[in-house]
Design a protein around this ligand. Sequence first.
Ligand code: P6P
Length: 339
Amino acid sequence: MSQKISLTRYLVEQQRQDGHIPPELRLLLEIVARACKSISQAVNKGALGGVLGTAGSENVQGEVQKKLDIIANEVLIEANEWGGHLAAMASEEMDSIYLVPNRYPQGEYLLLFDPLDGSSNIDVNVSIGTIFSVLKKPEGSAAVEEKDFLQAGNKQVAAGYCVYGPQTTLVLTVGDGVAMFTLDREQGSFVLTEENVQIPADTKEFAINMSNMRHWDEPVKRYIDECLQGKEGPRGKDFNMRWIASMVADVHRILTRGGVFMYPWDKREPQKAGKLRLMYEANPMSWLIEQAGGAATNGRQRILDLQPGKLHERVSVVLGSKNEVERITAYHLEPKAGL
Ligand code: P6P
């Protein structure tokens, strides 16, 4: 039986091999993994732990907070604030950044997270997850401010998610490919189960919330319509559709077997670029997808090149199998008919 490689051993060996993981970053990643293990235990208890249902409050996005949203946020804050590896944190669940209290040493990293993405699925027992992104604190900045977080996704030094489903699986990149670690509950540790993950360039599977079709822009309608025409249409092949309404679960499927995920701009809120958040959803997921050979754009531009203007800004997302993302992006870049 092949020897089990723990997350700790993987990170130590990566650090030794290529220096992608300085000791402080290794500590950060191990602490985030430990926090995800605690969140997984709370999620798995469900009704037995009294953690289902809403918390009776709203987050900065104006969304009703679930009890588990707040629990997950607190677990990540408490796990990371004392370690000396972080200068500050930012979360979907908090209006402004969280500075590491003065009683603890300040580190050189910034941690951003969506503590529990897919909350609408919590009460119906469907997979949800934690998404995280790691940036470096800009040189020379004494006291960290929100503007220090406003870095393009191509500046990330680590990104990942933990999906709480039939298995609890941590998926991680530090810029040297994508590795997957499954939680061994008997040992209480994450064990390497996949590395050098590769997404097929082509696919027959798309993920989008079809109920929004009438609100989409023309290029998205064109792409989905061609998929729905199947063999008889211009694509010459039949497509399958999946929509879990939990980005972590949809992205995990794409990393596992390919596909394309879309949450595009729609005309319901034209002033918003899309529903998903750039800094702690789209950026980390886009880096993972690219590191696995896929592509990620906002329909027109590479997501990782977008310069953020606000901490909680939203973005349109098209990510997954490279050839499909390139086709959808090409449709968006074609001159509009009649212009
Ligand atoms: P809809 C979950 O709330 C989320 O932010 C993503 O995880 C998911 O992809 C999307 O929203 C689902 O949105 O409109 O289908 O409920």
